[in-house]
Design a protein around this ligand. Structure first.
Ligand code: ZN
Length: 312
């Protein structure tokens, strides 16, 4: 495949590399379900479905990554680190990056300023108890708030990976005159295993469980295009979802496919973010859209008057 000229990103990757590829794993475990409905702690089968991630899937993932000699990035909610400290230590011992992923995988759009700060601090304290000081953040459900940048900079973070407006990393700050900046390593729902495989009755909603070969085909094609365009290919997987045997087998095939693409740079998001600081001078500010007011079909607060399917 040859990408048309207009698809070339023009981004400068390290010497000899033409694109970046990063495997990221969000170790939500029980927290993602409990943040949705805390009474789920009583549902033993659902808890085992989540518990599968840190206990059964992570050891297999570690073996897979060691086999391919790849360092990955694991985003770990504080609650997961508190429940499974030895699992987090095993990730650190294997040389993988640990990033912050909330405390209880909070619905961040529902948080007040002080609550979001407390969530960040609780997550940092939990990670500190297992010896980790993260430099990267990924908002639960990729829901980043306009105020989050300042909260992250105050706490020494270097990058985020929750926003959806880029094919390559970029630098940004909260306002033109604000001090400091973060690197964003953008994500994409087409590159997330949630939409392919996540199913649990009365929780995840969609009811669709795709074939691992379909996901392999989709993510391989994404990599082919990223390789041609010089983009940043970031896959987001969840151990409780993608740690199942057939999906791990497909992931292994996917890694082999990418390794065979010319100029592949397998890296952690921390490595990609630090590289970005060396080659990008421009620092962006996200434009805030003014409140357009209630629209037809919305109530006086601007909320939809007909039910919207909640897919989480
Ligand atoms: Zn998550």
């Amino acid at each position: 495949m040859t990408a048309p000229f207009h698809l070339q990103s023009g981004f400068s990757w390290p010497q000899g590399k033409r694109f970046a590829a990063s495997l990221t794993f969000d170790v939500d475990a029980e927290s993602g379900a409990l943040a949705f409905d805390s009474t789920f702690h009583k549902r033993m089968s659902l808890m085992t479905h989540q518990h599968y991630g840190p206990t059964v899937a992570v050891p297999k993932l570690l073996a897979l990554l060691a086999h391919h000699d790849i360092q990955a990035t694991f985003y770990v909610p504080g609650y997961t680190a508190d429940l499974y400290p030895d699992m987090v230590r095993s990730l650190v011992d294997a040389g993988h990056e640990i990033g912050h992923h909330g405390w209880m995988h909070e619905k961040t759009t529902a948080l007040a300023d002080a609550q979001e700060a407390e969530m960040l601090d609780r997550g940092l304290e939990s990670l500190a108890r297992v010896g980790v000081t993260p430099v990267g953040y990924r908002a639960p459900w990729w829901e980043y708030n306009y105020r989050t940048t300042e909260l992250l900079l105050e706490r020494g973070f270097r990058y985020d990976s929750s926003l959806l407006d880029g094919d390559v990393p970029y630098r940004f700050r909260s306002a033109q005159d604000a001090p400091g900046d973060l690197v964003e390593v953008p994500v994409d729902w087409a590159m997330d295993d949630w939409e392919q495989f996540a199913f649990y009755p009365e929780w995840t909603g969609s009811g669709v469980i795709e074939s691992p070969t379909k996901a392999l085909e989709m993510w391989s094609y994404e990599a082919d295009v990223a390789a041609q365009a010089g983009n940043c290919w970031v896959l987001t997987n969840h151990p409780f979802i993608s740690g199942r045997p057939s999906r791990l087998a497909a992931l292994s095939e996917l890694i082999t496919h990418i390794k065979n693409l010319p100029g592949a740079w397998f890296a952690t998001l921390e490595q990609i973010a630090e590289h970005t600081r060396t080659v990008v001078d421009e620092v962006r500010v996200h434009r805030r859209i003014p409140d357009p007011g209630p629209q037809p079909g919305q109530d006086p607060d601007g909320r939809p008057t007909s039910p919207v399917r909640d897919n989480l």
